[in-house]
Unconditional design. Structure first.
Lengths: 329, 329
């Protein structure tokens, strides 16, 4: 497919000149204009949808609100959502929430005046629906399409595209128990995260399935950070807690746990097996390679784009996850 | 400082109602209006700058064009730039380039019509200045402020905020040589990256300083990906190349190299030392912990904000880097 660069080269003008000729805005000499139009015909050039979207202005933009762009789960999602939206001629405006409820509230409040096509809300933080609910309804009443990514808000009237959480964790923990790796600890029960809570429930369900009672000393409620995983696992090992596996709420926590285990001279997986959650890029290259639970941001992005393209789409889409068996469990 | 939530709570109304009262837009009953204004006075509430910025629309937004948002260097940068711009009442629009010269060209071409305050260009890809130069000048002629992040474009009239590259690599390689770790291989010479080229030149300079000729078999030109680092290092080890250290152009490459070295039963750093570049979060928690070269996205963001705030700022700002000595070298 010919690009604006091809047209500019063939016509012997700059891309800016091509743009001026095609948009009819700005002055272009008649000779240059002729050369551009002739090049457009010769190459059968079609101005691309992205450029058209950009020129239409922000009525063609979707605001993507993410929990923390520095976390890989959100940066990978952002990349895929931007690509998928670009494919339907929509642009992306990114808002980083930094897990701040006040920032979320401020942005939602301002959004109706921002000329957006819609808002995609990608945060796993438990939402204060007494505040956020009316704001989301206000957005919808203003004609904006709102889609939730990662968190189930379909019962609040917000179509949601989420990953499997509880059942994926349940299968992973069942695999650990069936491999004789019990007792299994849980690292990263996050009471403030809707997704963290679901993953923990999967752990609890797998233990229940096996007739095992939950040992509170083996459930560590920490934030999703490398250092938090390192510290919680170190404390448990130093206190002599007995466990032969750790199911983690994220890959970051899993890496912290692996470092703590290795620093104390224990072998992974022989002494302690570790499973992460989320399949971040580095997981396949740490040693031992991290066994984890898959993520599919491209599938999420495609379903989100379905909503913004006005294609038929269910109120709740659940993207499946699978266990990626590598070296650590 | 009181927030819009505090005002809403004290007045017993929703934040949307507070917003309507303060903006004078939309219907609010007289009683609720009185309660809001009384709460505003009681709490000495000042509407925050971010909300004001959002309401002003995109004239208060800066377009941030990043090479690849999924790479940690860009996601960390994005987070810090958004925070720093928010501090001066500016919003951020993110454009992910995906290392595509055509996408860059399309966005730069459309930017003057997008109502932005300015553009921050954060890509280390070598730019085709014959195309990009005129587009940048067209942006500036349209009254937009353009700032380059990571790449030196000050000689093209674009103020630039960059990290130290060549000299930082030179010091790291000198450290390896002085520690008796030679021969030192270089992983990740990226001829298509302005920054990659600079880092490689630092390696070459350190070898020159020590009177060592460059061995082409020990310079591996690969992309900045885990798998590329793994494969290049594996090939060199399997071919029996002799080296006792690898200076890498990125932390991702370094992790790939470490996996290749460990998979072949060699010890890090005793058999082969490894130094990364860029100090990504997981580097401190892999084992051995990755010795690397620091990065300071907060400092970059602060200097970028200086430009957009109209504060006095040099045409070229260089943020220093230091060697972070951990376990791998």
């Amino acid at each position: 497919m010919a690009t604006v660069l091809d047209v500019a080269r063939l016509a012997g003008v700059s891309t800016a000149t091509v743009s001026r000729v095609l948009s009819g805005k700005g002055n272009v000499g008649e000779a240059a204009r002729e050369r551009v139009l002739s090049a457009v015909r010769a190459l059968d050039f079609q101005p691309n949808r992205m450029a058209q979207g950009l020129r239409r202005g922000h009525g063609s933009a979707v605001g993507l609100l993410v929990g923390d762009i520095e976390q890989n789960v959100y940066s990978a999602l952002t990349k895929h959502v931007q690509t998928a939206l670009g494919g339907i001629g929509l642009d992306l405006m990114l808002y980083n929430l930094d897990h701040s409820a006040e920032r979320l509230s401020t942005i939602l409040e301002a959004a109706p005046a921002m000329g957006l096509r819609g808002v995609a809300l990608a945060t796993t933080d438990v939402l204060a629906m007494a505040t956020v609910g009316p704001q989301l309804r206000q957005l919808q009443a203003s004609g904006l399409l709102v889609v939730s990514i990662g968190q189930r808000l379909h019962r609040e009237g917000v179509p949601s595209v989420v990953h499997e959480e509880r059942s994926a964790a349940r299968r992973a923990v069942a695999y650990l128990l069936e491999s004789g790796r019990g007792p299994v600890a849980y690292l990263g029960r996050l009471s403030g995260s809707a997704v963290g809570t679901e993953r923990y429930r999967g752990y609890a369900a797998a233990l229940g399935d096996a007739g095992i009672a939950i040992d509170r000393d083996l459930v560590w409620d920490v934030s999703y950070r490398f250092a938090a995983g390192y510290e919680a696992t170190s404390r448990a090992l130093d206190a002599g807690r007995r466990f032969h596996a750790v199911q983690c709420g994220s890959d970051e926590l899993a890496l912290g746990a692996m470092a703590a285990i290795q620093d104390r001279g224990f072998a992974i997986p022989d002494d302690v097996a570790v499973i992460g959650f989320g399949a971040i890029g580095w997981g396949g290259h740490v040693r031992p390679a991290l066994t984890t639970i898959s993520v599919d941001p491209a599938a999420v992005a495609a379903r989100v784009a379905d909503h913004f393209a006005g294609r038929e789409a269910p109120a709740l889409t659940i993207i499946p996850r699978t266990l990626l068996r590598r070296g650590s469990a």
